[in-house]
Design a protein around this ligand. Sequence first.
Ligand SMILES: *Cc1c(COP(=O)(O)O)cnc(C)c1O
Length: 396
Amino acid sequence: MSFQNPVFIPGPTNIPEKLRKACDMPTIDHRSPLFGSILHPARAGVAKVLKTKAAEIFIFPASGTGGWETALTNTLSSGDKILAARNGMFSHRWIDMCERHGLDVEIVETPWGQGIPADRYDEILTADRGHQIKAVLATHNETATGVKSDITAIRKALDAADHPALLFVDGVSSIGSMDFRMDEWGVDVAVTGSQKGFMLPAGLAIVGFSPKAMDAVSSAGLPRTFFDVRDMQAGYANNAYPYTPSVGLMNGLNEACTMLLNEGLENVFARHTRIANGVRAAVDAWGLELCAASPDLYSDTVSAIRTPEGFNATEIVTHAAETYGVAFGVGLGEVAGKVFRIGHLGSLTDVMALSGLATAEMCMADLGLDIKLGSGVAVAQEFYRTKPALTHLDAA
Ligand SMILES: *Cc1c(COP(=O)(O)O)cnc(C)c1O
């Protein structure tokens, strides 16, 4: 790997210079008011990025996986029934976590490459007249397959069935990069991490709890200590933490929110859509297909690209790392060896995206695939040239 090259994995993402500097801090006393001057603006910034006025924001020294655990253990009890679709590795892992916590998961098995079937959620919720289902899980952007799901359709399914279950959304690879509206969509727990849309190193689990989710905390029976939001809340009230916070990362988070909000969230989303469209145009020019089954499902943060039958897609990733010092994402789980992934989220420009496409072409040509050098790059160039970026992230 070369530190000169950007990474094209769908997280951790490239860290802007400004954020590296913001994370690099001298030690401060995390029980002093100075810490409060980092903590509270960071939480306020996250609330804006989540588009919530109602939610409580909690920031744990953990990763996105810790955010999943925060959602479950603070609101549910052993044996509670959960509804979840499995359509990729990340939804699979969250389901696995539910099962390990003794929750009873009704799994909607969904082909990898498809989105969450809201119509199945609707049927199941409507049939659940006794309201046994306590929470509905939704992975907004399945990072393994590059598939986005429609959270509003799931909210509608809950409302149509007049069902009181909590709605938990994994937005780890969408929040801060793709449209996300916690309050408007009626999300009860939103989960993300520091190392994707927020462009920071891994190390923070970031969650938002709606008032309804907060109401569930006192009666939830699952054991929790590290991830107990009540301890966090009590700490925050005193400018403090129940244990030692990652101060530097939180200072970075504060700055990351400022960068995103200065660019304007709608502009950030438009930039991601535009860059993704250029990548998708290149994939099409290569004669390859995305794992995502239809355009409405295309993720603006990661593309999982199917390689021809009989070819091991992981070779592209290995070859790119060894030969060109560039990181792409491997296929995971059911699609291991069948897809490679180009991450296109976070701190990225057209020019950076073009370098990734050019590298992918060199790798595929080196490995004997029928790819004409420059074919994908040319259509992406044409796309970026005629649809120039309206805004840029102020990364310096
Ligand atoms: C990366 C990711 C996670 C896991 O986050 P970690 O920070 O690795 O624990 C969960 N869900 C999705 C959709 C992800 O992309």
